[in-house]
Write a protein that binds this ligand. Structure first.
Ligand SMILES: [Zn+2]
Length: 206
């Protein structure tokens, strides 16, 4: 019996412009939903309760994601919610190839449980994706500079936003298109969720 309610929040809808590689080959909405569907299956096999903010390919808006997350958390009062958004990063708005690359994990503002959960994700990145650059999180990462104002992270539940690879970096897009890399991302997220659940289970037993 797991203690977490995993709320999966796919990236922007297919109709949102710019959420693709400069050559149009890579599409964030599709990549995010494909990964989350596999992650959902793996988590269910592990005994988790998994729910979605949005099961369509369309955009529902950030406020709606947040409200749905709050509702879903209320519907499962016995479980600790963990809201996970999965995106690809971009370092510019015009479609050009750029330098920035790597993976980052964003948390809700202030010192919250999401910081503790994010730390499990950060610790596990190098284990699954040794070739990928990651944001270096020193103890200062608990400070506000490293945290996000994304609306979707401001609900009443621990929330993480994962920016996995840059859609405007050639090397990252090659990784995102590689099935082995995608499998590593899926396993990384599932293992990190297991760490979060183990942490919550220890707290509940005390
Ligand atoms: Zn995005």
């Amino acid at each position: 019996m797991k203690n977490l309610l995993v709320i999966l929040d796919p990236a922007h809808g297919e109709e949102i412009s710019g959420k693709r590689s400069p050559d149009g080959r890579h599409r964030e909405y599709k990549w995010s939903r494909e990964r989350l569907r596999v992650i959902e299956h793996l988590l269910q096999v592990h005994g988790y309760t998994v729910v979605w903010t949005n099961t369509t390919d369309r955009e529902i808006g950030l406020t709606k994601r947040q409200n749905i997350g709050t509702q879903l958390a209320k519907q499962h009062p016995g479980l600790v919610p963990l809201f996970i958004s999965l995106h690809n990063d971009a370092s510019g708005v015009t479609p050009e190839w750029r330098q920035a690359n790597g993976v980052s994990v964003w948390t809700s503002k202030g010192r919250t449980t999401s910081d503790i959960f994010a730390d499990f994700f950060i610790q596990r990145i190098s284990e699954w994706m040794s070739t990928v650059n990651r944001r270096i999180y020193s103890p200062a990462y608990l400070d506000r500079d490293f945290e996000s104002d994304f609306t979707v992270l401001m609900g009443d539940y621990p929330a993480l936003l994962i920016e996995c690879g840059f859609q405007d970096n050639k090397e990252d897009v090659a990784r995102l298109e590689d099935p082995r890399f995608c499998k590593q991302v899926e396993d990384w997220i599932v293992d990190s969720i297991e760490d979060c659940n183990n942490y919550v289970s220890r707290k509940v037993k005390k």
